[in-house]
Write a protein that binds this ligand. Structure first.
Ligand code: GLA
Length: 671
């Protein structure tokens, strides 16, 4: 991880700043307000291509020069974006072949954003050019702290340029058509390819498309977009080797980006995160999950939440204002879990455009508002925290691990399994990988146990527990990593639908869950999806829904059986003792209480420490240097057995910290 230049050891605070939407006198007010609320980093220029290059090859930098100078004079550093996520209207007319084409063959036109095909030579050339020009012009600008390439990579195109590039990618992956035909099971429905040129990106089809083709196309899009990122990154680095380069990862089912792979190419992992849960404490847990995910992408190193909505949460298209104090609590949760700051989309609410009702740090009503007061108050809080975090980072920069989050539990996350579980022809239409993983994370969150999110096949040897929800695509190496934890005396909990297919998307023969069978001591004979809205009772109390399976035990013992339904009396939860450890299998989607009870028992058996007082909406995150972030998301006062000084207030706790409703503390151990 490389901190934004000039901000090492300080927490970043700010957001997307779009001065091109405002007259210059507003810029002056902006900088004054930014200073007032402790903003020290703003992302500039993300969607400014049409203002930077209004006609092809003609640049207008005067306004950006003035903006950057103003910001610099105000002591505010800049994350300067390359504007390649939204080519200007002239681009459409100059390069019609570089416009994106949908799977149905419809060419999209400008009028929104992201109107380009990432495989089109003209788009690639235009991106390189604008990145080079920006790099040359601003290489020496003293405000430049970070390069922000593009915005939320994730566009799709199915045109001829993409087809050519996809074929090259497939040739590299498979080497021969025979291998591709085998991996894609093209003997099914007469899809056997005899010529590379006949392979297309997924197009609109009469009936269900080939799932392996869909999966490989997602992988290809991820790699293709990554190549585009790397091209720009290298141009920027050539001009400014000491300025870190990043891009903001989006999270969502539509995103064709494998962040595990991308994270290796950025100097600092940055995510945009917009919780969408309407449940009580849903946004809080979702925030913790996204933060743990980002820390996982970063390999445990610090990372940055680059965008979040300051004052609202959108639940199924409806904007709900955040409750008073929620901005601070959610932002602090990201920081607790490793973010080096809190950034927002966006600084000032737009007067027009498709996102004019998106909340902003400065709302339409201006700075004399509760919303802005919260922004200012949290900025002050964050700068108070900076000093303590700086000390912790110093340890990290020197190779120590002082500031890292301490977690004894690993949770496996696999974007490719997510993609595969969006494929056609699955046994149930409502399989939701994100929801399944979230439910497991939420149990740990409610119990008060911090988890690290890890990639399939990652080294898990230092974890006491590994949680494996619905890891649909799994090969021997993913299963082997899980087995290591068990063989060392730890516990693994594997959920239904794991190990069904190999990484090529084809089912492992011999019964599910393929490479996990021996470890779990069982074989799944049949998937038995449960009808919508139906739940089945379990012998141990609680219930399962969505999914069930017919299991045969091969060494595992029964923990719970179905108490009713078609599988009454059959095992639903099992355990298999292996070499001092235990491998658990959960064949149904447990209700929250049943899942919490199961995992609570597993954590106890594995000696995973639960922070006293944590759980149930009181979030406690411990750093390896002993600092504890405590956030009370509830409306009750919490009593926490903590010792040390609360960095936020300066008060000292001697074994008892009373945390009021909605309040937070960052307790540093007495040195
Ligand atoms: C994303 C984008 C921003 C903006 C926000 C709105 O994160 O990066 O440009 O569209 O969403 O939530």
């Amino acid at each position: 991880m490389r901190a934004p230049r000039g901000l090492a050891g300080r927490l970043c605070y700010g957001g997307d700043y779009n001065p091109e939407q405002w007259p210059e006198d507003v810029w002056r007010e902006d900088v004054a307000l930014m200073r007032q609320c402790g903003v020290n980093l703003v992302t500039v220029g993300v969607f400014a291509w049409s203002r930077l290059e209004p006609r092809e090859g003609e640049y207008e930098f005067g306004w950006l020069d003035r903006v950057l100078d103003l910001l610099h004079d105000g002591g505010i550093r800049v994350s300067l974006a390359t504007p390649t996520a939204s080519p200007p209207p002239w681009f459409t007319f100059a390069y019609p072949d570089a416009l994106p084409e949908t799977a149905s063959g419809v060419r999209l036109r400008h009028g929104s954003r992201d109107t380009y095909c990432a495989s089109a030579p003209a788009y690639q050339e235009a991106c390189r050019r604008v990145a080079s020009v920006l790099a040359q012009r601003y290489a020496d600008h003293p405000a430049l702290a970070l390069w922000h390439v593009h915005n939320e990579y994730g566009t799709w195109c199915h045109c001829g340029h993409v087809a050519a590039s996809f074929r090259r990618w497939l040739r590299d992956r498979y080497g021969s058509l025979d291998a591709l035909n085998e991996a894609w099971t093209t003997s099914f429905w007469s899809q056997h390819y005899a010529d590379w040129e006949h392979i297309l990106p997924p197009r609109a089809t009469q009936y269900l498309a080939n799932p392996s083709q869909l999966l490989d196309f997602r992988r290809f899009v991820s790699d293709e977009l990554l190549t585009r990122f790397v091209e720009q990154r290298d141009i920027l680095k050539a001009s400014t080797p000491d300025v870190p380069v990043t891009t903001n990862f989006a999270l969502g089912p539509w995103v064709p980006v494998n962040q595990w792979r991308w994270a290796r190419e950025v100097d600092i992992v940055a995510i945009d995160h917009y919780p969408s849960s309407g449940d009580s404490l849903g946004a809080e847990e979702e925030t913790a999950f996204a933060a743990d995910l980002a820390r996982g992408f970063a390999g445990g190193a610090p990372w940055l939440v680059m965008e979040q909505a300051p004052h609202h949460i959108t639940v199924r298209g409806r904007m709900r204002p955040k409750s008073p104090g929620q901005l601070a609590r959610l932002s602090l949760s990201y920081v607790a879990r490793g973010s080096v700051g809190a950034m927002f989309f966006q600084w000032r609410a737009s007067r027009g455009g498709a996102e004019m009702f998106h909340s902003a740090m400065v709302p339409h009503a201006g700075p004399a508002t509760r919303a802005f007061a919260e922004v200012a108050a949290f900025g002050t809080e964050l700068s108070r925290l900076s000093e303590r975090v700086a000390t912790a980072f110093a340890g990290q920069a020197s190779g120590g691990f002082a500031s890292r989050v301490a977690a004894g539990v690993a949770l496996v996350w696999d974007p490719e399994s997510w993609w595969a579980l969006q494929g056609p022809g699955l046994p149930a239409p409502d399989l939701d990988y994100w929801a399944a993983v979230r439910s497991v994370h939420a149990s740990a969150w409610r119990i008060g146990v911090t988890v690290d999110v890890v990639a399939p096949g990652a080294d898990l040897s230092h974890y006491r527990v590994v949680l494996v929800p619905c890891l649909f695509l799994a090969d021997q190496s993913a299963a082997g990593a899980v087995e290591t934890v068990v063989r060392q005396g730890g516990h693994a909990v594997v959920w239904y639908l794991s190990g069904v297919a190999g990484t090529d998307g084809r089912v492992h023969p011999g019964g599910y869950p393929g490479p996990f069978r021996d470890l779990l001591g069982l074989q799944v004979e049949q998937h038995v999806p449960l009808p919508e809205g139906v739940s089945v009772a379990l012998s141990t109390g609680g219930s399962g829904s969505l999914w069930s399976e017919l299991l045969h035990l091969r060494g595992a013992t029964v923990v719970a059986t179905y108490a009713d339904g078609d599988l009454a009396g059959e095992p639903a939860i099992t355990r298999h003792a292996v070499a001092g450890g235990v491998a658990w299998y959960v064949a149904t989607h447990l209700d929250d209480a049943a899942r919490d009870a199961l995992l609570g028992g597993v954590f106890r058996a594995a000696n995973v420490p639960v922070e006293p007082g944590a759980g149930g909406g009181v979030e406690l995150v411990r750093r390896r240097n002993g600092t504890v972030f405590a956030i009370n998301h509830t409306s009750r006062e919490a009593q926490l057995p903590l010792c040390g000084m609360d960095v936020l207030t300066g008060s000292v706790a001697n074994g008892e910290l009373w945390l009021g409703p909605g309040r937070a503390a960052v307790v540093a151990p007495a040195s």
